[in-house]
Design a protein around this ligand. Sequence first.
Ligand SMILES: *Cc1c(COP(=O)(O)O)cnc(C)c1O
Length: 378
Amino acid sequence: MTRAHRIPFNQPVWLGTEPERLAEAIRDNAWVSAGGPFGNRVERILSDWLGRTALLTSSGTHALEMSALLLDVKPGDEIVLPSFTFVSTANAFVLRGASLRFVDVDANGNLDLAAVERALGPRTRAVVAVHYAGNSADLDALLPMLGTVPLIEDAAQALGAKFRGRPLGTFGELAALSFHETKNLGAGEGGALLVARPELRSRALVLRDKGTDRQRFLRGEVDRYTWVDLGSSYGLSDLNAAYLFEQLGSRERIFQRRRQLCATYEAALGPDVTRIGGDLVRPHPDNTPNHHSFALVLPSAELRDRFIAHMAEAGIVTPFHYVALHLSPMGRRHPPPEPLPMSERLSSCLVRLPLFYNLSDADQGEVIERALEFLRGV
Ligand SMILES: *Cc1c(COP(=O)(O)O)cnc(C)c1O
């Protein structure tokens, strides 16, 4: 089989109307930095949609860093988090001097609740739930286990997904969303912090604005602004917000297309994947998924690597995902007290298929054909 073109793993959403929106942001608005008109509109849409205050940030990574600052995480504190996650989940807390307590995940990449329970201790400052692939653990079981320890949600992949009808990102004290181009909706780079309590919201506005009370100054509450707290430059440019605004307006269409692509993959590949002893990454039965990812877990690392090579020969990009953090050079500084077999298994056996709004039926058909060729040869 020879292919005329390459099928990438991801492409940023292209609706066609983005250039107009960007032109509008530049031409009509006297404000293209953070806190501009598009940013304000996007924050309102997100807050109304999710039912929680949303503050736009320059990235999901920065929303996580703001979470660590807002909780005053300091040396001596312990953060419980999965090892199977993106580096930003860990870095945000290591930057504050915290120690990491890596725990294992379930077969679908979400927190193993029994492992969380074993990891909690007197120094636990926060637990981070990473909603892998836009799915979640049983959050109604997790929350009571934590007592007064705050839950932070790394909801970078979870926008629009729910657990028992409630949006992911609204269970914790704080949650981070990402609008990186690889997520369901993108701003190029961008993110948002979701904040449960009003006190944390006012402090978050200061942290995002370089540790100044400039927001109060802009509202006329103080006659000059000054340095009042820690902070950094965590705001999102209004150009990125305009680009994101366009996609938020079309989110039903974008999510619907992803749902359809996932259903097609599952019907075509599911039976052969299970026949060879593998499985699909699946949502918890109480999740309403957002179809962020379509991932296979193959029965061995060797098969997974051969699958990737087989697809690559046809010009189809099917990446694996996280290298379990406890095995990374930085992660080794925080050795977990127990083995994390599922994190290591997902690191070596998981593979993701191309999934993005503009993926055509014809291209998806080629991905399926080539994948079936492999699976049927096992
Ligand atoms: C994408 C992602 C991040 C980081 O988001 P950025 O916006 O790229 O900084 C953090 N955690 C998880 C789980 C992610 O998938």
